[in-house]
Design a protein around this ligand. Sequence first.
Ligand code: 4NP
Length: 168
Amino acid sequence: MTTQYKVLCVCLGNICRSPTAEAILRHYCDVHGLNIMVDSAGTSNYHPNKAPDQRSQKHAGQRGYDLSDLRARQIILEDFIKFDLILAMDHENFDDIRILMLQAVQQFGTHQIRAKLALMSEHDHLFKQQAVPDPYYGGADGFDRVLDQCESSSQAWVDIFKKQMKAG
Ligand code: 4NP
């Protein structure tokens, strides 16, 4: 039996962008019949065990995504062993995760580390290598922008996963 491919979506607080990315990427994988596990985490520990921001839940709900069961957690070094792919929502998250990855390499050794690191928007033709902007201190349009980008980037990742699986 092959082991299940695992993806971790990461932002700062794990209450706005990355839980949205988690729910959308999971949905796109399901729709395309991809057996992929999707989770999310924050680089900070600002909101441990909190449900996603009410505004994220509301805007996601308007597009049919239910975030209510998700709970925030901070990324841990073991995530670099467990996950195959870690998706950073913005460039600051990317840099913070890269530092943690170096710590994981030091702690566990290179051979134990599975995770590759990329931007959520890495292969997204509409928002190519753009940050998913942090909506936390902004207005309603910021939450819709997060949804737009997560949908577009998730479609791009699903296309990549399907190609990878075909190539074996
Ligand atoms: P997120 O948004 O990184 O998309 O979850 C934020 C949530 C909370 C804070 C910052 C960003 N905060 O400073 O508490």
